[in-house]
Design a protein around this ligand. Structure first.
Ligand code: HPA
Length: 272
């Protein structure tokens, strides 16, 4: 990643707002409503930020929203970049580098995913305890700039145990439970085959999805503490009785969005 470019992006954002985010938030499909709880917002279209990748999907919001949740200043991505859209892994993870230079030390990443673990049901929220990533290139391949992070970053605690405990406690205060499990990355854009799902179940996957892992890897590399929350929008291929539809994924994500927003809001409020 080119340090000078990232610095230019960060400097542009600093010229637009004096707010200094300490927490990054990435909002998954159908989960964008969280932006409504952010106070004193500065909404920066991705297109205004030098070197920032541009959203391709018409009608998809592409904004970096900087503002407050409680006493915490956050930088929330309304619209993320997926590998299946044709973005390089550098582009998919570019915003994380910018957040780092803005002063962000933590990341909450959310997504919609398919349930592989048969004890899960659509609408459940799951804390991501770990990931499996065989199906897409590593976003850190290439020259390493030590100003960002080490050549061989450790992934022992890709998802922070401290933040998982905090999320479980917060969910129980709010009156609901959370599933816990391993997120396996598929590149997409097609849904997985039934044979792939059987194979991944045997390998230890609890859910499958098409995002989140590249951002998690880079956030860890940059020294951020990461919390990952998945919304199970459907059971995976071969477990589900019906064929998949993107519309159903979005509908279930929207339905679960209130729970997820409440959870992320509470966690963000007393982040420090
Ligand atoms: N597979 C991959 N990604 C997904 C799924 C799925 O079943 N549901 C939502 N995102």
């Amino acid at each position: 990643m080119r340090y000078e470019q990232v610095l230019e992006s960060a400097n542009y954002i600093r010229s637009v707002t004096a707010q200094q985010p300490t927490l990054g938030i990435i909002l998954g499909s159908g989960l964008g409503a969280l932006v409504d709880v952010i106070a004193d917002k500065t909404v920066i279209p991705y297109g205004d930020i030098p070197h920032f990748p541009q959203s391709t999907v018409l009608g998809h919001a592409g904004n970096l929203v900087i503002g407050r949740i409680g006493n915490t200043t956050v930088a929330a991505m309304q619209g993320r970049f997926h590998y299946y859209e044709g973005f390089s892994m550098d582009e998919v993870t570019y915003p994380l580098y910018v957040m780092k230079l803005l002063g962000t030390t933590g990341l909450i990443v959310t997504n919609a995913c398919g349930g592989v673990n048969r004890s899960f049901a659509p609408g459940d929220l799951m804390l991501i305890t770990d990931y499996i990533s065989f199906m897409a290139p590593n976003p850190l391949i290439g020259h390493n700039d030590e100003r960002f992070g080490p050549r061989f970053p450790d992934m022992t605690e890709a998802y922070s145990r401290r933040l998982m405990a905090k999320a479980e406690e917060t969910a129980s205060v709010l009156g609901f439970g959370l599933q816990k499990g391993v997120y396996a990355l598929f590149s997409g854009p097609c849904f997985e085959t039934a044979a792939e799902i059987r194979a991944y179940a045997a390998l230890g996957a609890d859910v499958v999805g098409m995002s989140t892992v590249p951002e998690t890897i880079v956030a860890n590399y940059l020294g951020m503490e990461v919390l990952g929350i998945s919304c199970i929008t459907n059971m995976a291929t071969g477990i589900a009785e019906k064929k998949h539809s993107h519309e159903a994924v979005i509908r279930i994500a929207n339905e679960a969005s209130a729970k997820l927003c409440a959870l992320v809001q509470r966690i963000a409020e007393d982040w420090v």
